[in-house]
Design a protein around this ligand. Structure first.
Ligand SMILES: [Zn+2]
Length: 185
C-alpha cells in the first residue's frame, strides 16, 4: 500500500479523493479480514494501510509505521501502539467510509510532554500509548464523538472525551465526558 504524496492529497482536497488506496468492495469480500486505518499526524506524516492482512494476521510493518505517526513529536519518541486502539479508531473512521483521514492531534506522550500540556491528566492514557486525540476534516467534533460513544457503548469499554476542537478516544474503561478531563485522559 503506497502512501499518497501529500501534495497530491492537498491538490485533491480532503473530501474529493476519488481513489481510496483500500477499495471498500475488496474489504467486504467474504473471508477478507483486512482492517485498515488512514491517519495523519501534525507533522503531515500519514499512513493509509491495512494493519490486519486479508488472512487476519497483524502486519507489523504497518503497525511500526503507525507507531511512528503516533509518536511524541515534541520529543521525537515512539511509545506503545496497541492494535486494539487502531481497531477502535478504525471503527470510528469506517463510519465515513475511509474517505477522510483521521487527523491525530496527540497520540503517545512522554511524561515530559504530558506534564507540559495544560489540562492534561497526570496519569493520562496517552502516556501508555492508549489514547488518541482526533479530528475528522469537515466533521464537527460532536459528530465524531457521537460515533465514538456508540462504538464505546457497543464494546463496553473506551473513554470518549468531547472537546471544542477534537475528540479524545482511549482504550480504558467505559467513560464519557465533555470539556475538562477526568483523572485518566
Ligand atoms: Zn487525549
Amino acid at each position: 500500500m503506497a502512501s499518497i504524496p501529500r501534495r497530491g492529497l492537498l491538490a485533491a482536497g480532503f473530501t474529493a479523493l476519488a481513489m481510496p488506496a483500500l477499495p471498500a468492495a475488496a474489504m467486504q469480500r467474504p473471508g477478507d479480514r483486512r482492517r485498515a486505518i488512514w491517519i495523519r499526524n501534525q507533522a503531515g506524516e500519514e499512513v493509509r494501510a491495512a494493519y490486519i492482512r486479508a488472512d487476519g494476521q497483524v502486519d507489523w510493518q504497518v503497525v511500526a509505521r503507525l507507531q511512528r505517526v503516533f509518536r511524541d513529536l515534541r520529543q521525537n519518541a515512539t511509545g506503545p501502539m496497541p492494535v486494539l486502539l487502531l481497531d477502535k479508531l478504525g471503527q470510528i473512521q469506517g463510519r465515513w467510509g475511509f474517505h477522510r483521514p483521521l487527523i491525530l492531534l496527540s497520540g503517545y506522550r512522554t511524561p515530559r510532554t504530558n506534564s507540559s500540556l495544560e489540562g492534561a491528566a497526570r496519569n493520562s492514557r496517552h502516556l501508555e500509548g492508549q489514547a488518541a486525540d482526533i479530528q475528522i476534516p469537515g466533521v464537527p467534533p460532536a459528530q465524531v464523538a457521537a460515533v465514538a460513544a456508540e462504538v464505546s457503548r457497543h464494546n463496553m469499554f473506551m473513554g470518549v472525551g468531547t472537546y471544542g476542537g477534537f475528540v479524545h478516544v482511549d482504550i480504558g474503561p467505559l467513560r464519557g465526558w465533555r470539556g475538562a478531563a477526568p483523572a485518566t485522559s
